[in-house]
Design a protein around this ligand. Structure first.
Ligand code: UD2
Ligand code: MN
Length: 423
């Protein structure tokens, strides 16, 4: 019944002034728009219709919800909390732990503590120096008392009944990690919608870019709203049994600032006796940024994180990464003996097994050894007189229709792209 700008997840009508780059600079998304939308705005219920008829176990485990943040905007952080409080059965929340990764913005200091005092379940903890999102999540996890740990980014909006379907899957098998469908909150106008293709498997290419690929027919369920297996997660939004998380060694604490941790946790849950599912009846919106607004300390790099993960978990397949990223060969990973010891101790299967048993469909889209182009030419929609173009977007490589460019539209198409168009 709510009315107002941005309600029901509708795009906020932007004026020319709202579009100024200054609105984006601090957060990588439009904070003016965020400030003008209600903190408790309504969202469209875009779940599969079957979700309304699902029944879950009567007794579900409770969860600590852990939210790391570094210099998060005031209204985007608050909207995350309100969406959780308003759309989650209270009995399932053990606590909400906000973990401040050494922010310096004034509104995140006393003002935040005073504001959060009204929520009895919210705790605020702070790192003593900038740790990066991985060790910040670990700090939250180390203090958590809930039976399950649920991680979210600090600029999310959870949707209708998002939590029970996640907890249910863990209650059925405590060695399962589960992820919600991550919906897109537009960084310009805050419109809420599903990602292109919606329910897809998490994958990666051999430069270790995160990708999404269609669910192969072999894994499609008769009820499309049922959980399905996914080889790797996007990273930020997932739930895991607390004891199982620590049995798996948590995250590698040698991972710095941002990135790579999604592969580490995904590879290890599969290779060390567990599994991972995406749950279509659980939906959480996330603001995908236009650009990264915060500083990354020197001496840390995504490349180093990825090499740590590759060296620990990927065995001979790491070579495919180094062939595309020769500069990684000479990069120092630091000490990874504890990670290798953990892998031995847990008697984890090898990466060859992971590729054959779990990620067997990934090479169809991203072959480790690049074959010659699958097709050459222009893909034109004759009715619209538009051509297919590919562009690297926030949620992976996106294919879209664009005006046909003389010479430019005629190009080679990779195996993966040709597959999508059945060329
Ligand atoms: C994606 C993930 C993110 C993480 C990352 C890879 C989703 C929706 N998002 O990037 O969760 O897995 O890939 O590492 O799957 N933060 C800190 N300290 C820092 C930097 C970030 O606490 O030094 C916080 C930040 O406030 C946010 C979270 O960590 O709550 C993730 O950071 P992000 O939003 O910049 O990452 P994102 O969504 O681009
Ligand atoms: Mn994020």
């Amino acid at each position: 019944m709510r009315t107002g700008k941005g309600e029901h997840g509708k795009p906020y009508p932007l004026t020319e002034d709202d579009r100024d780059d200054s609105a984006y600079r601090e957060n990588g998304f439009n904070i003016l728009v965020s400030n003008n939308i209600a903190l408790e705005r309504s969202l469209p219920d875009i779940r599969h219709p079957n979700c309304k008829h699902k029944v879950y176990l009567e007794k579900l485990p409770n969860t600590s919800i852990i939210i790391p943040f570094h210099n998060e905007g005031w209204t985007s952080l608050l909207r995350t909390i309100y969406s959780i409080i308003n759309r989650t059965p209270d009995i399932l929340i053990a606590e909400i732990i906000l973990v401040d990764d050494f922010s310096d913005r004034e509104h995140l200091k006393e003002k935040l503590e005073e504001y959060m005092a009204r929520f009895t379940k919210v705790r605020i903890v702070r790192t003593k120096k900038r740790e990066g999102l991985i060790r910040t999540r670990l700090l939250g996890a180390s203090m958590a008392k809930g039976e399950v740990l649920t991680f979210l980014d600090s600029h999310c909006e959870v949707n209708v009944n998002w939590l029970p379907p996640l907890l249910n899957q863990i209650a059925l098998n405590h060695k399962t990690i589960v992820c919600p469908m991550i919906d897109v909150i537009d960084h310009n106008h805050f419109g809420y919608e599903a990602q292109a293709g919606d329910a897809m498997r998490g994958a990666f290419d051999w430069e270790m870019y995160y990708k999404r690929i269609p669910i192969p027919p072999e894994l499609q369920r008769s009820d499309p709203s049922d959980p399905f297996e996914s080889p790797v997660m996007a990273g930020g939004l997932f739930a895991v049994d607390r004891e199982w998380f620590w049995e798996l060694g948590g995250y590698d604490p040698g991972l710095e600032i941002w990135g790579g941790e999604q592969y580490e946790i995904s590879f290890k849950v599969w290779m060390c006796g567990g599994g991972m599912f995406d749950v279509p009846c659980s939906r959480v919106g996330h603001i995908y940024r236009k650009y990264v607004p915060y500083k990354v300390p020197s001496g840390t790099s995504l490349a180093r994180n990825l090499k740590r993960v590759a060296e620990t978990w990927m065995d001979e397949f790491a070579e495919y990464v180094y062939q595309r990223r020769p500069e990684y060969r000479h990069l120092s990973t630091g000490d990874i003996s504890a990670q290798k010891e953990l892998r031995k101790h847990l008697k984890c299967k090898d990466f060859k097994w992971f590729m054959a048993a779990v990620a067997w469909d990934v090479p169809k889209y991203y072959p480790p050894v690049e074959p010659p182009p699958a097709a050459w030419g222009e893909i034109r929609n004759v009715a619209a007189n538009l051509c297919v173009d590919s562009k690297h977007g926030a949620t992976g490589t996106e294919l879209r229709l664009d005006v046909c460019v003389k010479d430019g539209s005629e190009r080679t198409w990779s195996h993966e792209q040709a597959l999508r168009f059945h060329v």
